[in-house]
Design a protein around this ligand. Structure first.
Ligand SMILES: [Zn+2]
Length: 141
């Protein structure tokens, strides 16, 4: 005889057999389970999980840098994008650490570009700004 099916009260759907969450606990709205155990690196741990959230299925990848707490990262993607993410990671298996860091810098630069130009300093004195602009024009002549 199989165990009775549990239901996630937040989604109204039956819990998959891999769900390890006690939905009676506050804020446990998602079914969570499967994925990988923690990949332990010298200064960090990274793991992946399947989740069924109230917004839909997600694969989450969580990384914790033990030496730098602000580098505690969490990425949640739909299952199709998770397959793409897995391929990228497999491609990176052939890269050097420096190549991985260069790619990381490129990703940060691309994200920064999409977040808009840096804010322009506020003009404390509009007359001063106009005066500076006129001097710049005179200097070009
Ligand atoms: Zn569940």
């Amino acid at each position: 005889m199989s165990a009775p099916t549990r239901t996630n009260p937040h989604t109204g759907r039956p819990c998959p057999d891999w769900c390890q969450i006690d939905h009676a606990e506050p804020a446990q709205t998602s079914c969570v389970g499967s994925g990988s155990s923690g990949l332990r690196l010298p200064q960090s741990t990274i793991w992946a999980r399947a989740m069924i959230t109230p917004d839909g299925p997600r694969v989450t990848v969580h990384g914790m840098d033990w030496a730098t707490p602000d580098r505690d990262v969490y990425v949640a993607v739909n299952p199709r994008h998770a397959g793409d993410l897995a391929v990228l990671l497999e491609l990176l298996a052939g890269a050097t650490p420096e190549q991985v860091r260069l790619l990381a810098a490129g990703i940060r630069r691309a994200a920064a570009d999409l977040n808009g130009p840096p804010e322009q300093p506020e003009a404390d004195d509009r007359g001063q700004l106009i005066g500076d602009a006129l001097r710049d024009l005179a200097g070009d002549a």
